[in-house]
Design a protein around this ligand. Structure first.
Ligand code: GTQ
Length: 346
């Protein structure tokens, strides 16, 4: 590829004249913004072992009362993006949130979309637009853009969950803001929703709802059962994986980030091709190795890692007897909508 002229090659006087008129020559920076073949990625492969962050999160529970935090969260920040920018990848924000018994994180709504993957503890709940979603380990709860949400806790032990938001993208677009609200009246329990029975949808008087976010709570018991039955029925499946979708449309459950759950059978190794999207892996049960060319993370339960885009990944379950279950988040829906999504076959 042709080497291009540098800024230093230009007379100082000319450079000043350009600066004065708010003009910039493209050619010294062209290769930086359009690198050959593969994009430049700030996102580094990073792992956040749960046993390392858990004591620090519990310490935040002692140091900072809810009134002073609103949301008591330690952000899983990728050093490649600068810790202060609070990004796991260019578009993905990850945070571990702690709620102690009796605490309440007040109602608000905001433009970024969020989901919560419950990590430990029983007794907490999120109310989303009046729908009460009780939290259990491995459950996925959606708080999509613009919907009121607050967190409460009637139980007896600390509850921790992983927040996944498209905040970096929405912030970058200068469209991120919050509105504070009042405590919501609970109007229904997500667990009672007809959406929990696969293959049937609410259709009262022959009318389908067609709401943008019909299903807010995906209990792990159901998702796990789906994976286990898929593994049993399709022993030759390339991967035992299910996507979290909008049951009314079958499309990804949110428009920017996509979510799935994957089961690694005992002893299974799975080669995932390089995809253009960055990917987050969170271990729900069991253990797995997540390997990229130069690095390998050994995930135990509740560990989380992030892998940049355009990177092939190998997942491996070393246990000869136990399955391993991973929660996966990526920005594939956004990239697909924009026509940027790629899978590179080796
Ligand atoms: O629980 O509503 O990690 O608003 C960041 C922003 C969690 C929340 C985060 C939020 C929330």
């Amino acid at each position: 590829m042709q080497e291009l002229g540098r800024l230093e090659d230009l007379p100082l006087e000319y450079r000043s004249a350009l600066t004065e008129k708010n003009l910039v020559p493209l050619w010294p920076s062209l290769r930086a913004v359009l690198p050959p073949g593969v994009p430049t990625r700030r996102t580094q492969p990073i792992c956040w072992p749960y046993q390392e962050l858990r004591p620090l999160l519990l310490q935040a529970g002692v140091l900072t009362p809810m009134e002073k935090a609103e949301r008591r969260v330690l952000v899983l920040a990728n050093p490649g993006h600068g810790l202060e920018n609070m990004k796991a990848s260019a578009t993905i924000y990850l945070g571990m949130q702690l709620l102690l018994p009796g605490e309440w994180a007040p109602a608000h709504r905001h433009t970024p979309n969020a989901v919560r993957m419950i990590v430990e503890g029983e007794g907490a709940y999120t109310t989303v637009e009046g729908e009460k979603c009780r939290m259990s380990r491995g459950d996925l709860i959606l708080t999509p853009t613009g919907l009121w949400h607050e967190h409460g806790h009637d139980g007896e032990e600390p509850v921790v969950w992983l927040d996944v938001l498209d905040l970096p993208l929405v912030y970058f677009m200068e469209t991120s803001y919050v509105t504070e609200g009042k405590r919501q009246a609970v109007t229904s329990e997500a667990a009672d929703s007809a959406y929990h029975c696969a293959g049937v949808l609410p259709a009262p008087a022959f009318k389908r709802a067609g709401s943008a976010f019909p299903m807010l709570h995906y209990p792990w018991v159901n998702v796990r059962a789906a994976l286990v039955s898929m593994a049993a029925r399709q022993p030759d499946a390339e991967a035992v994986q299910v996507a979290y979708v909008n049951p009314e449309t079958g499309a990804d459950c949110q428009k920017i980030l996509g979510y799935s759950a994957l089961m690694l059978r005992p002893g299974e190794a799975l080669n995932l091709p390089a995809r253009s999207c960055a990917t987050v892996f969170h271990q729900i049960e069991g253990g797995a190795h997540v390997s990229v060319t130069a690095q390998s993370f050994k995930l135990a339960a509740a560990d989380t890692c992030c892998i940049p885009g355009y990177t092939p990944v190998t997942l491996r379950n070393d246990s000869a007897t136990e399955p391993a279950f991973l929660f996966i988040a990526d920005d594939a829906p956004l990239q697909k909508a924009l026509g940027l999504y790629e899978i590179r076959n080796p």
